[in-house]
Write a protein that binds this ligand. Structure first.
Ligand code: COS
Length: 383
């Protein structure tokens, strides 16, 4: 749902200008230094990018899902590291509170997340539990007026920068499975919380992940999201439904950027006396990429509109994440191919994007998990 086309167009124009004039010219520096300059972070705050999906009552822009995916299409034209910094505050790092938090939790945390004064992170994955999120082992056992957390979380996006973590942990030491999982808001400076060293990743330099370790970390009872035990896994799944749709939109934006670069290169680069864009085998790669991109864009917009209309889009979000992230991988591969030898050297953005976009098929649920969710939902509704 687009509430006011004129306002949205103004927002998208200013983001497109910011991407073109500020983010893209700084991409290489971010890749070289593994850090987003503080000045750019401040400009992202001023544009309201940290609070896109947070309700207006708590200082956010309260974008509908359809509006949010349009913003994600634009932002993802620049290096994914930029989107990643604002991504957790708008997505997995805030939505647990937005969807299931108590009024007091919303009032305390959301305005700071929306303003970018606080960075949020989402701590679900563990060393022994990735795709099988329901088997997580971190415990949170009630002791007086606090839950005592023990365990460790892995590959947590923005953990090195985070001020608060949404942490999924077991509040029942006996019950197995997801029904014993509860969600907590844990502040970074809580005694007993420590961070591992920053992971050395294949790509997305400038966006950081690391382990988050809990050793007898006492978290006040008021930090239990929604004030209810045993519903933390469902909170996590609801957060991921939205996150997967957002990531699918990011895949569309990144693929558009790579294809723009490849088309420009194909028009400039001459071989056999003419631009390589004149060759039909290059045209096939351009055309296949454009076609798949168009399909992914339509899917993302349709699912976003359905979510705005109040439909359960768990299946559609997984369809979008599966198709768009796999599409993005195929487009990245073709765009490197169109660049030829130039696509394999770091002077061209496509070499970096090729590595950066590989993550899209893995995080917020691998392609195989999306297949599983889609098929299980189909079977469940047919029974
Ligand atoms: N919304 C609300 N509730 C949901 C839900 C959703 N999208 N998906 C599942 N649930 C509920 C189920 O209804 C079930 O509730 P009941 O026990 O009351 O029936 C409960 O959650 C458990 O669901 P399920 O039995 O389907 O859980 P499984 O352990 O079989 O696992 C998958 C489900 C595999 C889909 C889940 O573990 C998953 O998404 N894994 C990937 C994790 C991931 O994306 N990690 C990325 C890192 S975070 S960036």
């Amino acid at each position: 749902m687009i509430r006011d086309q004129e306002t949205l167009t103004l927002l998208l124009d200013s983001i497109a200008r910011f991407v073109r004039e500020r983010l893209i010219p700084n991409e290489q520096e971010v890749a070289d230094t593994d850090r987003i300059p503080a000045q750019l972070v401040a400009e992202m705050r001023d544009l309201g990018l940290f609070g896109l999906s947070i309700p207006e009552a708590y200082g956010g822009l309260a974008l509908t899902m359809e509006e949010e995916v349009h913003v994600a299409f634009e932002l993802a034209h620049a290096s994914p590291a930029f989107r990643s910094l604002i991504g957790t505050n708008n997505g997995i790092g805030s939505q647990g509170i937005v969807i299931d938090g108590t009024e007091a939790q919303k009032r305390h945390y959301l305005p700071k997340l929306a303003a970018g004064q606080m960075i949020g992170a989402f701590a679900l994955t563990e060393p022994g539990s990735g795709s099988d999120a329901g088997s997580l082992k971190t415990t949170a056992l009630l002791d007086g007026d606090a839950y005592v957390l023990n365990g460790s979380k892995r590959y947590i996006t923005n953990a090195p920068e985070a001020d608060i973590f949404t942490v999924m942990a077991r509040t029942d030491p006996v019950l197995t499975g997801s029904a014993a999982i509860s969600a907590f808001i844990v502040e970074r400076d809580t005694p007993g919380l420590s961070l591992g060293k920053i992971d050395r990743k294949m790509g997305q330099r400038g966006a950081h992940t690391c382990d988050v370790i809990f050793e007898d970390c006492r978290v006040p009872v008021g930090q239990l999201i929604g004030g209810r035990e045993g519903v933390g896994f469902k909170t996590a799944m609801k957060v991921l439904d939205k996150g997967r749709l957002h990531i699918a939109a990011v895949c569309v934006g990144a693929a558009e950027r790579m294809l723009d670069d490849a088309l420009r290169y194909a028009l400039e680069r001459e071989q056999f006396g003419q631009p390589i864009a004149e060759f039909q085998l290059v045209q096939a790669m351009l055309a296949d990429s454009k076609t798949e991109l168009y399909a992914a864009r339509c899917m993302v917009l349709d699912a976003a509109r359905r979510r705005d209309a109040g439909e359960d889009v768990s299946t559609e979000a997984s369809c979008c994440k599966l198709f768009a992230s796999e599409m993005c991988g195929r487009v990245a591969d073709r765009c490197v191919q169109i660049h030829g030898g130039a696509g394999y050297v770091a002077d061209y953005a496509v070499e970096r994007f090729y590595r950066d976009v590989r993550l899209f098929r893995i995080y917020e649920g691998t392609s195989q998990i999306q297949q599983l969710v889609i098929a299980r939902n189909m079977i469940r509704s047919a029974r």
